[in-house]
Every structure is written in C-alpha cells, then in structure tokens.
Design a protein around this ligand. Structure first.
Ligand SMILES: [Zn+2]
Length: 342
C-alpha cells in the first residue's frame, strides 16, 4: 500500500517534471568569435553581434530580456567591461526587446523611424481580420480570454496601457512593449567610436521595416543586418516592394566587408550578400519579362523556377509568394502609370 502510493507519487512528479521540461526547452545559446574582438551570439533562431573594446562593448540587438541577462553575465565574466552601446537593427519585438538589461551602462541608438514605430498606440484602427475572429463578444477589442495565437502568446507586450484588453491600435503598433526606445537617433548614418574602434550604422530604407539599418564594422570588415541580409536563405517576404529590397541589398553590397552576419540562420561572406541581391534582380526581371509576354501570375509561377537558388532555405516554400508579390508591385506600378498617378 505504501509502496503503491509512493509509486503513484513519483509517477505524478515525474509526469509533472517531464511536461514542465517539454514546455520550457532550454534555449540554444552560444557565443562564437567572428574575427578580432567581434563576436556573434545566438539565442535559438536569433543572432546578435558585439565588439569588445578596452573601454567597453558595442553590441547590436538585445533580442529579449532573458537572453540579454544571460549575455550580460557572459560578457561580464569573459571581458570584464560594460556594454556602452546598443545599436538596433530595427524595432521588431523579436530582435529589439530586452534592452532595459543594459540601460545601466549603455546608450541606445536606432534610426529615427523607430521612435514613430514605438510611440504610444494612436488612432482607432479596426482589428485585423485575425483579431476580429477572436473578438467573440464583438466589442471591437480582444480581451485576454479571447486572445489566440501571437496575441495570446505575447498579450502583455501588445497591451500598451495594461488594461487587459488589446485594441486595434495596440495590434497595429505590435508587441513592442519591452523595446527600449533609442536615446540617440539618426537619419542617414551614424558612427559610434569607443576604445579605438568604430561601428557605422547605415539606413537601409523601407525594406522589411522602415527603420532598418546595417551595422558596418570597418576594421573587422564585417556587416550585421537582421531580417534583410540572408545567407543562402530567401527573405520571409518582399514587403513593401522588391525595389526597396534591391535598394537595401545594394547599400549593403556597396560596403567593404568579408563577413556577412545575419540575425537568423547562417552567416556567410560578401559573395552571399551578392547572391541575395542577384536573386532579387533575377526575380524582378523574370516577373517583368513574364508580364511583358502577357503571361498570367500562375503561368509565371509555373515557369520562373529561379533554379540557381534551389539550395537556398525557403526556396520551396516562398518562391511562388515572392513572384506574386513582385507581380502585384509591377502590375500596380503599371496601372498607376497608365492612370497618370506616377
Ligand atoms: Zn524584423
């Protein structure tokens, strides 16, 4: 009897332990040296970089609070100097959250458009179509109990005024409540110097987000860009236009560098950055040629295989969506031109 109860108890605690462990897999984290005193740090599928100088550390995205705490501890024990600069690649929550961990020692730098993106929710936009489906009581808001998907997962990060209800304006702003706004902003480019080292941030225009910058480490001949620069991997989307993406990759490729460091997946070399630009140009030309030949979107999707990029991550899942996006942009530009609106 005693044995049975004991067995049941230990089984219960084992089940509790196993399900707890499954729910909270320890994150994959690590720090690798790129060159000199430049390092790339990993948190699961996200990466940031940092440069160690005798006077402190210049780092990029903090990623999130938990990772930032871990990184801060690693930096303190390995390098024994504080973080003096946090240089944001852009405002997205999954890269820019958690900077508060470094607020005791660091200056935060980002493109000026970050301030607009992080400003308090404004206006009264309607719920997105996904959020509308959650709004069971049809009051135009998503209560915590109604929330599903990303809004449920990151409810507190959406809920700017902490009233336990998420509005259309809060959804439009995004789950950025843990992104510390930059204290220093710039428009075209900005260079920070520390301990004899330099890092220049260069604005990339409107590709992916309208506040993206590439970080250039001239002495290390390295660049870092999250979500725009990809190595043997297609971008998630081509918003707002393939032209904006070509502009951004042209800006990156004009820099002098050897190490192409990314916010996700593989890091690579200048050749990889050039390959991504060539992909964007090839898809742009291919879709334009298809439209010129009077082909439908479906026909172009069937024939424009972009085989040279077949080995790239996401080629199989995003090629057709990219073609559709470029098609819509080119058709829209054409309709706009014939209507005389530019
Ligand atoms: Zn992003």
């Amino acid at each position: 009897m005693r044995l049975t109860r004991c067995a049941v108890l230990s089984l219960c605690s084992l089940v509790g332990f196993v399900s707890g462990a499954a729910a909270q897999q320890p994150p994959t984290r690590g720090i690798v040296n790129v060159t000199g005193q430049l390092y790339r740090a990993q948190n699961n599928n996200h990466y940031t970089v940092f440069l160690v100088t005798p006077d402190g550390i210049i780092m990029s995205d903090p990623i999130n609070r938990d990772f930032a705490r871990w990184l801060k501890g690693e930096m303190a024990s390995r390098f024994k100097v504080p973080v003096r600069y946090v240089l944001y690649t852009h405002r997205d929550w999954d890269h820019a959250s958690g900077g508060v961990v470094f607020a005791d020692s660091a200056e935060f730098v980002g493109h000026r458009n970050m301030l607009t993106a992080l400003a308090p929710p404004a206006g009264n936009p309607p719920l997105t179509s996904d959020a509308m489906k959650m709004d069971a009581n049809r009051n135009g808001l998503v209560e915590r109990a109604e929330a599903a998907g990303a809004i449920a997962d990151r409810f507190a990060l959406f809920d700017y005024n902490r009233d336990e209800v998420v509005s259309g304006a809060e959804i439009a702003r995004g789950s950025v409540s843990d992104v510390l706004p930059p204290t220093t902003t710039f428009i075209d480019q900005h260079t920070v110097t520390l301990g004899g080292k330099r890092v220049t941030m260069i604005y990339l225009g409107t590709a992916h987000a309208d506040d993206s910058s590439v970080l250039h480490f001239p002495d290390e001949r390295a660049v870092f860009s999250a979500d725009i620069l990809q190595v043997r991997r297609l971008p998630g989307g081509l918003a707002p236009s393939v032209g904006a993406w070509i502009d951004a990759l042209t800006t990156i490729n004009a820099l002098d560098f050897e190490h192409a460091l990314t916010g996700h997946a593989l890091a690579g070399t200048k050749k990889d950055a050039a390959d991504l630009l060539r992909y964007l140009e090839d898809i742009s030309k291919g879709v334009a040629a298809g439209i010129g030949a009077g082909r439908s979107l479906a026909e172009i999707q069937k024939t424009l295989m972009l085989e040279a990029y077949k080995g790239f991550e996401r080629w199989d899942t995003t090629r057709e969506a990219h073609i559709a996006a470029v098609y819509a942009t080119l058709k829209g530009a054409r309709a706009g031109a014939s209507a005389g609106t530019r």
